[in-house]
Design a binder for this molecule. Structure first.
Ligand code: LMR
Length: 328
């Protein structure tokens, strides 16, 4: 009853794969904001849904709503508590109103690569951080990886001072705002679905994101180019409500969590390759990549890294130290 074609047409026409659910099944809605395919989070969600719909058929079903078709990241957290949706996976940068601890993930030039991220999230401190929003009624199910971010802008950016006076779209993250202001630029928080239009109409001059988002959302079409800065992480917290998870029968809960975790591990192992593929597709589609010399890269580090100081009390020096150690 679960046809792959239904998922593909769901992605194309931005409608969910309703065909997955039969009467009497526990309906698990997974709402997110990115593309369904060619994207680490989109692919993870589809893979989880496919397995649930195959292996839990008759008991439970999952419907995935990609591309902000159901909820935006600023609404989805409330929707989880209201039971309007069961799974969400907002970027860790978007949890400011729930915890300041996730600011660690936004510190610029903290993680050199995704292996460092994996070391950190799978270590004791990273696992503990999954519980940072327990007191608000949520359960952190795990981290879904995307990758490191790059800057795009309406004119070439080789060193941070090239950004002076420009306005950049950021996620709802005060660390990102501080980082952009350190460059002599200004930041505007905007929902993901508004970014393309804001770049196109000049509401903002640039943005920062991963290859998969830059390609899937076509940001490169309305920008001069993308500077490969690898300056900051984009990764997600897969989250549900405690009330919903507790409402499941123990065997159902266990089967659901097992499938969920296995598919997240599998998707995370592919995240870097998915981003690399998106980068190559962007280049093939005419997108421009600007690479930095070691000296230019050092200028970005020197300008951005001092913002760590502003956030270290919120995060805790021990957490920062563990994240740094994960990259060494
Ligand atoms: C963004 O808003 O740029 C990202 O959080 C979108 C996403 O979910 O990758």
């Amino acid at each position: 009853k679960f046809a792959a074609g239904a998922v593909i047409s769901a992605a194309l026409f931005a409608t969910p794969a309703f065909a997955a659910c039969d009467p009497g099944e526990i309906v698990i809605k997974f709402s997110h904001v990115t593309a369904a395919t060619g994207h680490p989070k989109g692919e993870a969600a589809e893979a989880i849904a496919k397995r649930i719909n195959e292996e839990m058929n008759g008991t439970a079903c999952m419907e995935v709503f990609p591309s902000s078709t159901l909820f935006d990241d600023d609404k989805v957290m409330e929707a989880l508590l209201l039971g309007d949706v069961q799974i969400a996976a907002p970027s860790l940068s978007k949890f400011e109103s729930f915890t300041k601890k996730y600011r660690v993930f936004d510190l610029p030039f903290l993680f050199p690569d995704m292996d460092a991220v994996n070391n950190f999230t799978q270590g004791e401190v990273g696992k503990d951080l999954l519980n940072a929003i327990d007191d608000k009624g949520y359960v952190g199910l795990g981290y879904i990886y995307n990758g490191l971010k790059h800057f795009s802008a309406k004119k070439p950016l080789m060193v941070p001072s090239d950004a002076e006076g420009m306005k950049f779209r950021v996620q709802t993250s005060d660390v990102a705002v501080a980082m952009i202001e350190a460059m002599g630029a200004s930041a505007q928080k905007l929902a993901f679905k508004e970014v393309y239009g804001a770049l196109q109409t000049g509401v903002v001059d640039g943005q920062e994101n991963t290859w998969s988002n830059i390609y899937a959302e076509k940001f490169f079409e309305v920008q001069d180019g993308v500077t490969e800065t690898n300056h900051q992480l984009l990764t997600y917290l897969a989250v549900t409500s405690k009330e919903w998870l507790d409402s499941l029968d123990p065997e159902v809960r266990e089967q659901f969590l097992t499938i969920f975790n296995e598919e997240v591990v599998a998707a995370n192992a592919q995240a870097t390759a998915v981003n690399e593929d998106a980068k190559q597709k962007m280049i093939a589609a005419g997108g421009v990549v600007r690479t930095l010399t070691p000296e230019q890269r050092q200028e970005w580090v020197d300008v951005m890294k001092p913002v760590w100081d502003q956030f270290k009390d919120d995060i805790g020096q021990d957490v920062i130290d563990a994240a740094v150690a994960a990259g060494q």
